[in-house]
Every structure is written in C-alpha cells, then in structure tokens.
Design a binder for this molecule. Structure first.
Ligand code: GDP
Ligand code: GDP
Length: 437
C-alpha cells in the first residue's frame, strides 16, 4: 500500500488559501457523491495531478478561536511542517510583503521542508511584475497564480510533484491486519489500545513510521497478526493546534490511510456528538473496513433494551455506515473486550472478498426483476453485465446503456441486494456505472 504524499497550504487570512484548496481538490470532490447525512469540514481533501494522488490540507481551516491571529498563523505553519511533505506558501501579490508573511517565511525556512511560494491574485499578465519582490523572502523561486481565475496552477503543481519524496514502497506484511483506532478526544482511544495490547503478545512495539512519528504496535492473536495504529499516542506536547477539534479528524485521516480497518470509537457515556459524525464520515470516505465501538459501557445505566436503543440511534445518526458492525465494551474494565478482535478480523476479510462474476450477475438480475430499473425522460436504465473489478474495498462495475440513469436510491437498492447475498459486512461497497460499448 502506497502512502500518499501530503501538501499543506499556509498563509495569512485572505490571501486565497481556500480558493486554491478548492481548485486543487475541485474535480475530485465532484466524484465523491454527496451522500445524505455526511458532514465534512472543508479542510482536508484529495488532489490529483498528472495521475499522482496526494492529500491537501488547508491549514486555514484549523481555527484556534481564542488565540491571537499571529499565534494562529504560526501554529498553522507548524502544523504544515509536521504533517506535510510539501508546503505551498501563499502570499497576496496585491498587498506586497507583510510582516506576517515574513514571520511565516522564517518559520518555514527553518523547517527545511520543501516550500513553494505562490504569489496569488496575479490575475493577468501585466500584474506579474508584482511577484518579484517576494524573492526577497528567501524561499527560492516564486510562482505567480490566480486562484480565482485558475491561472498558473499547472506550473505550481508540476513543482509540487517535483518536490514529493521519492516513492519508497513501505514494507507491508500482507497477512497483518492494520487497524487504526480513531475518535474524538477522550472517547477512550488510548485506553482501548492499552486494553488490546495488555492482553495480547506484543511482537514489536513502537515501530517508528517511515516519514512520521506515528506509533504502530504489532501483536498476534489466535494465529493472526495485527498492527494497531495509536493516534492518541501520536499527541505531541505543547502544540496549540492539537487542541483544535478538527485536528483530531486530521490525525484520524492520516492513520486510516495506513489501515485496513478503522475502529471508530464512540463514548457510550457522552452519547453521539457532532464531531463523531465527522470522524465517521471521513472513515466512510476512506474506503476502509469499519467497526464501530461503543466504549465506556461500564458506566452506562442499562436495562435489557439499552443496547438496542443505542444501536438504533447509531443507525439513525450514521445512516451511511449501516454496514458497520457495532461492538459495545469497556476498555477500562475490559468487559466484552474479547468481542473486538474477532469482529475486526471478519471485516478485514470481507474488505477483500471477491465474488464470482456469474453469481454477482444472478444477484443483480434477480434484483432488477423484483424492482425494475428506473426511467428518466422516457429512458430506462438497462444493466447488461456486472463484475467486481477491485477489492479492499470491493468495487462493482455495472455496464449500462446510460450511466446517468443510475441514481442514488437505485444504487442503494442494488447495494443492499449485494449485501444480502455476499459477506460484505463492515466494508464499504462501491457500485459504479459505465457505459457499455
Ligand atoms: P483564505 O482566507 O486565505 O482562505 O482566502 P480565500 O480563499 O477565502 O480568499 C480571500 C478573498 O480573496 C476572497 O474574496 C477570494 O474571492 C479572493 N481571491 C482568492 N484568489 C483570488 C485571485 O486569484 N484573484 C483575486 N482577484 N481574488 C482572489
Ligand atoms: P482518548 O483521548 O480517546 O485517547 O481517551 P483516553 O483513553 O485517554 O480516555 C479518556 C478518559 O476516559 C480517561 O479518563 C479514561 O480513564 C476514561 N475511559 C476510557 N475508557 C473507559 C471505559 O471503558 N470506561 C470508563 N468508565 N472510562 C473510560
């Protein structure tokens, strides 16, 4: 599995960071269909240029409300330095160099990270003159761009690609199940990791990540190797930005990238909160297999219906995660802890399931007979053939007369039929339509 490089966008407010962020991720965003019930922060996205895929962070999206502006800008620069492989430093060509530009430039310069300076709001050729003064920031070549007009972005991204670290295929043992434990602060991530590791034989501890100081620990249980990525253990002391709620999402994203299974933790005592939905939404987007854990079950006042009610609430609040199994446990008392790993193992297996083409076609055709395909402006969707083209997560391609005719609700219907027929529990399932030719 290749780890995608990360690009961070920094700069003081109003220079055009979010405009450029949207430009870079723009076309990719359109691919991710808007699903009801998922809230996303526009802070973190995926970009693509010349078939290279990378993460993009708009550090301006990490707001530290109660901090002075300069502290915020500084912390955003530090975040970029910690998280990114390449930093795009944006300045405003119309304003010239400001004191805070100099301040940020200084922090970036000392970091020794690759920094590319983009002079924004150069909306036409005549304005290019205004970019030259930015050479005095001492960060090397500067690139004139216009975020709002979409000018100069190609040259900028060419340079970004140039500066990516050389791809080194990370050594990954294929039979190990990599799990990321994610959730907002205080739900019990560290406690859960400790509870899992406390009981199992730890093979290697603290393998430093190749590029980052994430902590992965390997262990074995019932003949199966696991590796657990501890996002809470990645906390660094004294960083103001780590208090920002959105930052926990960012950390979760980075951990999930290296995982097969995302273990999404909810706090049974506190109930479901807004931030949980975001973490869960990103987990869904990531395409990883998912297990939902309701932790702190020891302190929840229970009767024989409590678990059922909580389950219904989760299903209601996270409709897009209806495929994820739910495990109730207590990391603290270790009650029901033994249920977790078998479920993780099962969903990891389902994530890589391959279904035979002939059986898949039977399932799809039966589904169509039971509930005929929709029509739109007198045109009926016709499905000719279905085949699974990928796994981890599974992707099913339907060859159809007109892909536009496959709408969300019918896709959802077919997905449910596939889920009834095959063991896809815990894994997202992607169904895409292609024109038959
Ligand atoms: P951020 O605070 O750094 O994220 O900046 P925004 O992306 O929100 O942009 C701030 C303002 O600058 C908005 O009004 C944008 O429309 C404007 N802006 C962004 N890029 C350009 C550009 O290339 N040219 C011009 N003229 N305005 C721009
Ligand atoms: P993290 O920030 O998500 O890593 O959460 P921690 O593991 O640091 O736990 C946050 C707090 O919740 C600590 O005070 C833990 O002792 C407590 N906690 C964690 N798991 C449980 C649990 O299963 N039951 C109870 N009662 N408390 C728990």
């Amino acid at each position: 599995m290749m780890v995608k490089p990360t690009v961070a966008i920094v700069g003081r407010p109003n220079v055009g960071k979010s405009t450029i962020f949207n430009r870079i991720i723009g076309e990719r965003m359109a691919i991710v269909e808007d699903e009801p019930g998922i809230t996303r922060d526009r802070l973190y996205g995926e970009g693509e240029w010349l078939h290279r895929f990378f993460h993009v962070i708009d550090t301006g999206g990490i707001e530290l409300n109660d901090e002075p502006l300069l502290t915020q800008i500084r912390e955003q620069a530090k975040l970029a330095i910690d998280e990114a492989d390449v930093i795009i430093f944006i300045v405003n060509g119309r304003d010239g160099i400001t004191a805070s530009d100099e301040e940020v430039a200084d922090i970036l310069l000392r970091s020794k990270k690759p920094v590319i300076t983009a002079v924004n709001k150069i909306d036409n050729y005549e304005m290019r003159e205004q970019m030259y003064e930015f050479y005095s920031l001492g960060l090397g070549e500067v690139f004139p761009i216009s975020g709002s007009h979409g000018l100069g972005l190609g040259d900028l991204l060419d340079e970004v690609l140039e500066r990516f670290p050389v791809e080194d295929e990370e050594e990954k043992d294929d039979d190990t199940i990599h799990m990321a434990v994610i959730g907002q602060p205080n739900v019990g991530k560290s406690s859960l990791v400790n509870a899992v590791l406390g009981e199992e034989r730890v093979i290697v501890s603290d393998i430093p990540g190749t590029t980052r100081d994430a902590v992965d620990t390997e262990f074995e249980k019932d003949g199966q190797k696991y590796s657990i990525i501890d996002t809470a253990g990645m906390r660094r002391r004294g960083k103001v930005y780590e208090k920002a709620e959105k930052y926990s999402v960012l950390r979760a994203m980075r951990a999930m990238e290296r995982a097969d299974v995302a273990v999404v933790i909810l706090d049974g005592e506190a109930g479901i909160r807004e931030q949980d939905k975001k973490v869960a939404g990103y987990a869904h987007d990531s395409g990883r297999a998912i297990v939902i854990v309701v932790n702190k079950w020891d302190v929840v006042e229970k009767d024989d219906k409590t678990m059922h009610r909580f389950t219904e609430e989760i299903r209601e609040e996270f409709q897009f995660l209806d495929y994820a199994p739910i495990v109730f446990l207590s990391a603290k008392t270790k009650r029901r802890m033994q249920n977790l790993l078998p479920v993780v193992r099962q969903v990891a297996e389902n994530h890589h399931v391959r279904v035979p083409t002939n059986v898949l076609n039977e399932v799809i055709m039966d589904a169509v007979i039971m509930n005929p395909t929709p029509t739109h402006s007198n045109k009926r969707l016709r499905i000719n053939f279905a085949t699974q083209v990928a796994s981890g997560p599974p992707v099913i391609v339907l060859f159809v007369n007109d892909p536009e005719l496959l709408h969300f609700s019918y896709r959802r219907y077919l997905e449910n039929k596939c889920r009834e027929a095959f063991s896809f529990e815990g894994t997202p399932l992607r169904i895409v339509a292609r024109k038959k030719n």
